[in-house]
Design a protein around this ligand. Structure first.
Ligand SMILES: [Zn+2]
Length: 285
């Protein structure tokens, strides 16, 4: 009986110690508090595009081998270990504001707005430690770090120029989230068309630990849907079925494959490969 009572009291003390530790971490560590808040939000999140019938849309049938006259970019390519870039892939790269930093043409304006928001709100410069990488550069990183840590060539988003590793003064890498600017970027980058590509508690889907510094452009309204829905790009594509039409926040979204695309009439039509043999068409109503 006495032994049972001792075991019970040890268990109780361990429980109390764990509780004090957790409360202490929540009070003292803003990064811990932030990650806990994000994880809780992901449990309740249910933001999804609404599926609509194509009957209510005016559609133009266009052959996929002639998309001239449309805005075609690379913004929605899914790139990971399962979906590697084609051998003949060529990223649409430009230099960002004479900085020597190379990135995909479709993200420059959005990145400029995001970094301006960081400067305006916190008086901080948002720096880029890594942006576009060639296949050769990715190969070198894999050789240095091994394929468990580094993505093999063809499977890194950095080769598209759509991903940026960002930091502010004194807060780089995992410490980025300890800065106010870092938490702002993590919470608000969707407003500028970016997502946190490898969120906390999603390693089972992405295969990659939480990277608060790695932002990935997907554009509007996809960034809002992915962020508010607390899904990864992989999970988002499971929701967008080929041949179906969706509506969200004034946009029509459709993902299609085959020899022809049925493009809804509207403003600002953007077509991007999904890197899985299909296309995502985003049209503003
Ligand atoms: Zn990165």
């Amino acid at each position: 009986m006495k032994r049972k009572r001792i075991v019970r009291s040890i268990f109780l003390w361990v429980l109390i110690a764990m509780l004090i530790f957790t409360v202490g971490m929540l009070i003292l560590r803003p990064d811990f508090r932030f990650t806990a808040k994000q994880t809780l939000a992901s449990i309740a999140a249910n933001e999804k595009p609404e599926e609509i019938s194509s009957d209510r849309l005016t559609l133009n049938k266009i052959p996929t081998d002639d998309l001239s006259g449309f805005t075609v970019d690379q913004s929605l390519m899914l790139v990971n270990r399962e979906n590697i870039l084609p051998d003949d892939f060529s990223a649409d790269i430009v230099e960002y504001k004479d900085s020597g930093v190379e990135m995909n043409r479709c993200i420059t304006d959005s990145y400029s707005e995001l970094s301006k928001a960081v400067a305006d709100n916190f008086g901080e410069n948002l720096y880029i430690i890594s942006s576009y990488r060639t296949a050769e550069e990715q190969n070198e990183i894999e050789d240095e770090q091994g394929s468990d840590t580094a993505m093999p060539s063809g499977s890194s988003e950095h080769q598209t120029g759509l991903a940026l590793d960002v930091y502010v003064d004194k807060y780089a890498g995992k410490a980025f989230i300890k800065s106010e600017a870092g938490r702002f970027v993590n919470e608000n980058c969707w407003k500028y068309g970016f997502i946190i590509r490898y969120p906390a508690a999603k390693k089972s889907v992405t295969g990659i630990d939480y990277e608060p510094w790695h932002i990935r452009y997907v554009g509007s309204p996809h960034a809002e849907l992915i962020s508010k829905g607390c899904v990864t790009l992989e999970e988002y594509y499971e929701e967008l079925e080929y041949g179906k039409f969706y509506k969200y926040d004034g946009y029509i979204i459709t993902r299609q494959n085959g020899e022809f695309l049925e493009i809804p009439q509207g403003k600002n039509c953007v077509i991007s490969s999904d890197n899985m043999g299909g296309y995502v068409i985003t049209v503003k109503e």
